[in-house]
Write a protein that binds this ligand. Structure first.
Ligand code: CP
Length: 322
């Protein structure tokens, strides 16, 4: 494997290898080894055509902790605002001899196009393309869940997967690349996933996905989940698509929010996940977001570990993802 474009491209062995490598990266960070020399002399470009806080900063942090040089490109303030295409942007980067490209783009398939159109001959990492995929988010989510589900940490996790884990993912499934990526990866790793959301925010064809789905949050929460992942309602994608469903905050929170009563009713073992950014008071109450059951901050930390692992496996001469 030369690129990381979709969580669906990873088989069980590759997924476990990435998670084990991320644990090794976490070990170096916990031992206060701030920088590894692994990617010294390499240049990574963060090519972001869509806004980001966590993903862009954690890719930059990950690359710098591996001693790579990092160029941050944001569409705002670049020649993209003058009409430059993805192709010409990619050819410009190619001419500057970068070693790897991390791309976030509003269009589904943009990362695949960049990897396979012949505009670039370096590894491409998908940092989120439209409503399609966000594979490193799924990897950091599974790293976080594996730690909690397996009840161990560090080297004890080596080789383990998520077989038997029960995960409920709630919210705007229709527009969520996080939901799609997690269904793919968690299924590969043996977890059972149930997607929950209003019928208007459930994708056509969800019956064919490797998961269950429901419109009833309380019924899904009664299945003794190991993790509940709350998702944001992506109003910006509904406007862009000219369709979708704009619930009021109160209406949505009552039917699909992790409110006080639902939070209080969660089993002891259940962890609360959220990829961010959170809309407190809509999909999740502040009490749940700030509780001891919330692993949202751990997810962010694991994002750096997972992205270090991916950059190492794809860019280091000895990495060898396959
Ligand atoms: N989870 C996630 O992708 O967050 P950002 O949009 O802030 O990168």
């Amino acid at each position: 494997m030369r690129h990381l474009l979709s969580a669906a491209d990873l088989d069980h062995e590759q997924a476990v290898k990435i998670l084990d490598t991320a644990e090794a990266m976490a070990m170096t960070q916990s031992q206060k080894v701030k920088k590894l020399p692994t990617l010294r002399g390499k240049t990574v470009v963060n090519l972001f055509f869509e806004d980001s806080t966590r993903t862009r900063i954690s890719f930059e942090t990950a690359a710098k902790r591996l001693s790579a040089d990092v160029i941050n490109f944001s569409a705002k303030g670049s020649s993209v605002s003058k009409g430059e295409s993805l192709k010409d942007t990619a050819l410009t980067l190619q001419a500057m001899r970068v070693d790897g490209i991390v791309i976030r783009h509003r269009s589904s398939g943009a990362a695949y196009r960049l990897a396979h159109a012949g505009w670039s001959d370096v590894p491409v990492i998908n940092a989120g393309d439209g409503e399609h995929q966000h594979p490193t988010q799924a990897l950091l989510d599974t790293m976080t869940l594996r730690r909690h589900f397996q009840g161990a940490s560090g080297g004890d996790l080596a080789g383990k997967d998520l077989a038997g884990a029960n995960v409920v993912i709630v919210g705007d499934i229709l527009h969520s690349r996080v939901a799609r990526s997690n269904v793919d990866l968690m299924h590969t790793l043996g977890a059972h996933v149930t997607l929950v959301g209003p019928p208007t925010l459930m994708p056509v064809g969800v019956e064919g996905w490797n998961c269950d789905f429901s419109y009833d949050l309380d019924a899904a929460l009664a299945t003794d989940p190991d993790a509940v992942m709350m998702l944001r309602v992506q109003n910006e994608r509904m406007s862009a698509a000219g369709g979708g469903y704009f619930p009021s905050v109160g209406e949505y929170h009552r039917a699909y929010g992790l409110d006080h009563a639902r939070f209080e009713g969660l089993p002891e073992k259940t962890v609360i996940m959220h990829p961010g950014p959170m809309n407190r008071g809509m999909e999740i109450c502040a009490e749940a977001a700030d509780s001891a059951k919330s692993v949202v901050v751990e997810q962010v930390t694991n994002g750096v570990n997972v992205r270090m692992a991916i950059l190492y496996l794809l860019l280091a001469p000895e990495g060898g993802l396959l």
